[in-house]
Design a protein around this ligand. Sequence first.
Ligand code: ADP
Ligand code: MG
Length: 649
Amino acid sequence: MKILVVDDRKIDRESLMDLLEAYGYAVAGASSGQEAIDYLNNNIDLALIDIVMPEMDGIEVLKAIKAFRPDIDVILITAYATLEKAVAGLKEGAYDFLSKPFTHNELIAAVERVKEKKELQMAVKSKEDSLRKSERFLHSVLESIGEAVVVIDRDMKIVSANKGYKTQTKMLSEDITGRHCYEISHGYPKPCYLMGEDCAVMRTFDDGLAHTAIHIHKDKDGNPLFVETNSYPLIDDKGKVYAVVETIKDITEIKKLEEEKQKIEEQLIQAQKMESIGTLAGGIAHDFNNMLTAILGFGGLIQSNMAEDDPNLLYLKEILKAAERAAHLTQGLLTFSRKQIINPKPENINNIVASVRKMLERLIGEDIELKTILADEELIVMADSGQIEQVLMNLATNARDAMPDGGILTIMTESLNITQEFIRMHGYGEQRKYAVISVSDTGKGMDEKTRKRIFEPFFTTKELGRGTGLGLAIVYGIVKQHHGYVNCYSEPDRGTTFKIYLPLKSSTYSKDEESTLPPPERGHETILLAEDYEPIRKLMKDVFEMYGYTVIDAVDGMDAVDKFKRHKDDIDIIIMDVIMPRKNGKEAYDDIKSIKDGIPCIFMSGYSADIIGSKGLSEKDSIIISKPVMPDDLLRKIRHILNAKGKTA
Ligand code: ADP
Ligand code: MG
């Protein structure tokens, strides 16, 4: 503590200063009021001022000090004559006075009282400071956390809300403070528990424990927020809950993610279900095809041997017609199970749509208007145009059935970048550009339960004989085989939209030259025919021979290789089943090539290009045709290959 001694009499001033110094205080002296005032900028804690001084008396100095440095304490020194002045000085803010004469002890005691008072003041001040600091700290903690925090009193009114809450609700303090929490969060006129809602705050007031609840709150604009609220009690000295602190966590995003996850799982289950139905359907169709090939083939042979007026010709024709219908059905099943061979080429989706327009118009009839909205840009995808046409026909047929009283069928094409967001929302897709074909009708739509099953083969809501339930199964199969996606949006009475996503090919359009097949021609070459299913083998042998070819037949892959060894210089072409016992088609053909290269081969298969592809057949030295094989078709292909070979040879 530093003390300024103000006295015009040098002896008095210096003796006081010496004394104080002896007690360990820092001191300074001033011989007049003005000198004292000039000294005020220095570090002083206490001034000892003699009242009687010329020019400026002690009271005036006191006033100046209190005006400039109210923190400096003042002790006045007075003689009996100026006692009244000293008392007046107390009113002006002097801390104490000493009446002359005073002892050393009296002086030191007065100074020490000031010192103690100062220390006490300091202690209080630093306590206040740290309290203020910790308050500010708590406040900034509350304001910094993203979590919304409010304090609610027993009237369910919000006493205070942090920044997180204001951000969450998009409200300002004045919109919030003093208002009921149920009114702000829900727009309710009464507390939540009276509105049939769980209220964690109420429960905390009741039992003094922490509670949690899940709610849908509304922000200022009425947007719903999924929230998790946690209530904690604020308890007073008597153990009573006087307020509740509530944290409100926005879990809308978490909820969304959960729903997305569920969607992906559903998609996965759906895909697995379709896959297993596909395997089953494909297996049956495959066996049926072999049988139908025999029925149609032998039937055809009988027909060509029959006289025009044979009374049985009519029956035979009916048999063949029925078999053809059956073949059509198995074809549909194979398409669904993706076991059919497709011939993808770069195709502009817009052209495909344009080319089937006329046919679709005829299909849907006059009561339904067909609108096509095609993208300006070319939408090139690797597609089998015939199959995409089939997709459009099937969708149009369904749309027609859904609009018995007329309506509008809209086909739209566009390109779409499938984003991570899209994949998250739909549960499928790859991050790339797709061509999208939307087919919408204004028909009767369908409910959720129906919509979930429409792609299953044989699922139909149509009356017996009207629907086969294969239309959409075929669509599904074709789209999958094109590495695309199909989905359906529909609501009862609000129409239906199918969307098909096909991966866009980035390169430019180059349509392969269309191969127009010549009609079956007779030949004279030698064919090695390998087929394990006897009826087909027999049928084909007969047909080939009828057309002038020499046929060497083999019952399996191993037999084919043996026969080839023996006749390698006679054989011009090989016709071979892909799946055969002992050696499959690909293995047999590999062996044959090592014996003699360059003999073309036609593989017959009921399985999809990818299965064959994985078995390593390349299209360079062989072609693949799908079962059921129509003899005429096969004959044309044989001729085509042999003619081409003859030209290059
Ligand atoms: P089908 O037409 O032979 O019944 P699909 O596989 O083509 O078989 O369709 C299956 C079912 O899906 C239909 O029976 C129908 O209930 C429903 N469906 C398909 N397309 C539509 C559509 N555009 N509007 C309403 N329902 C449809
Ligand atoms: Mg249909």
